[in-house]
Design a protein around this ligand. Structure first.
Ligand SMILES: *Cc1c(COP(=O)(O)O)cnc(C)c1O
Length: 434
């Protein structure tokens, strides 16, 4: 497949895009072309893994071969999304049944499998900083891949104990450094390492970062599963409105790719918390990021979402390709809605009244959906994290007890294997080369 750099227009292959992550001048790699499926009914009837093989083959079979794609998909998609009716017309697409109980497992696992395949016999080093959640998804996704060494830096005592247990107890090829400092210091150490020629060349450093294009390919797949299950309730009569809880806007970008592939979705609701740069942009056409505001949905506390550039590129390209859809960036295709913390809490309570327990990020998506739905419509909200990951706030808000899934319970009893680390680049370099 061909992709282009959003800043320089240079073309790259899928393999290059995965290895590079980010393009020159900090450009994002965007698909030059999106195929379209004409046999949608047939595709939606297929089992999850088989269907995903078809979808991902349509992008990268030409480059890495069909049987390799099938293997990548089989190894990555080891857990199913579930569509659960939460209210009479709103369905939760639960994406959190993976190893670290968050939807990021889908993107992270597929990216890890791609990098491992592309590295072949070479040994590469993944170096990354985390303020919590992404660390767990990345560590778990790469765990046990013998040609990949993973080094994760995180701010000591500044992430939740449960988060720390999830990714600092694994061992094997996963090394974790507890840095005496904050997240910004961790990030600047990682950045310095990527600017060091000796490290870059000797260790074949890769950041496996959140804007890697491979993640999006994986995320396209669960939208198909959501629509397939939705059809069991409504047939082809009602197309779902889909509400996505947006932070960096990677998730919703994959949604737009899914729709371009031909997936019947009525419109998207880009639901944000108080960090409402995109909803304001959709109203006023002015891009005016404010200072980031801390909310109870901290995975969505982003005021300058990097993937938004991909959404803009996509709408521009799709208008040109004219594939029969109306790809104007208007309310018929994408609606932006911002939800306050108070509304988030109210939405958690409203869902619970209907018998559905949601953590705050999921509740935001449900709130955006209920504001958007008209009387004759029905829809899907994406459920991005397991309630147990936000146990405290749910227990406080709903007055119920949340039990940890067995795997979290087991992890919470394991020993932390992290090494205490002083924030010095020289020491980091010594450590990495040792
Ligand atoms: C990362 C994350 C989001 C936001 O997803 P983006 O792809 O960054 O828009 C939403 N909810 C949870 C729980 C997350 O971890």
């Amino acid at each position: 497949m061909k992709l282009y750099n959003s800043k320089t227009q240079e073309q790259v292959s899928f393999v290059q895009a995965v290895k590079l992550g980010l393009g020159r001048e900090r450009g994002l790699f965007c698909p030059s072309f999106i195929p379209i499926f004409t046999n949608m009914d047939e595709l939606l009837e297929m089992p999850f893994v088989i269907r995903n093989q078809k979808i991902i083959r349509s992008f990268i079979e030409d480059e890495i071969g069909g049987s390799k794609v099938d293997e990548l998909v089989r190894k990555s998609f080891t857990f199913l999304p579930r569509l659960v009716r939460a209210t009479p017309r709103m369905f939760a697409l639960e994406l959190y049944h993976g190893p670290t109980f968050a939807f990021k497992d889908y993107g992270a696992r597929f990216m890890a499998q791609c990098l491992s395949l592309l590295a072949g016999k070479e040994k590469i080093t993944i170096l990354t900083a985390t303020s919590g959640d992404t660390g767990a998804a990345v560590a778990d996704a790469f765990y046990g891949l013998s040609n990949i060494r993973v080094v994760i830096l995180y701010p000591k005592n500044k992430i939740s104990p449960l988060q720390e247990k999830l990714f600092c107890t694994l061992g094997k090829n996963i090394e974790t450094l507890a840095v005496n400092g904050d997240f910004d210091i961790c990030q600047s150490l990682v950045k310095a390492a990527f600017e060091d020629e000796e490290l870059k060349n000797k260790l074949k450093l890769n950041s496996a970062n959140s804007i890697n294009f491979s993640r999006l390919l994986a995320q396209i797949c669960y939208y198909f599963e959501g629509v397939a299950r939705f059809r069991e309730f409504y047939g082809n009569k009602i197309l779902p409105v889909v509400s996505v809880p947006c932070g960096n806007f990677g998730n919703i970008t994959a949604g737009f790719y899914a729709k371009a592939l031909g997936l019947p979705i009525k419109r998207f609701v880009a639901t944000t918390n108080a960090n409402d740069t995109v909803p304001r942009f959709l109203q006023t056409s002015k891009w005016e990021p404010h200072k980031t505001i801390a909310t109870i949905t901290n995975a969505m506390d982003v005021s300058e979402p990097s993937n938004w550039e991909r959404v803009v590129e996509h709408f521009n390209k799709m208008l040109v390709h004219a594939i029969g859809n109306n790809w104007q960036m208007n309310e018929g295709n994408i609606q932006g809605i911002s939800i306050s913390d108070a509304q988030t809490i109210a939405a958690m309570k409203a869902l619970h009244k209907n018998g559905y327990v949601a953590e705050p990020h999921t509740a935001i998506a449900s709130c955006g959906l209920s504001k958007s739905l008209k009387a004759d419509e029905a829809g899907i909200f994406l459920s991005t994290a397991h309630p147990a990951k936000f146990k405290e706030i749910i227990e406080q808000t709903l007055g119920i007890q949340i039990f940890l899934p067995e795997k979290l319970e087991l992890a919470s009893k394991k020993k932390i294997l992290s090494i205490d680390f002083n924030p010095s680049f020289e020491e980091l370099k010594k450590y990495l080369l040792a």
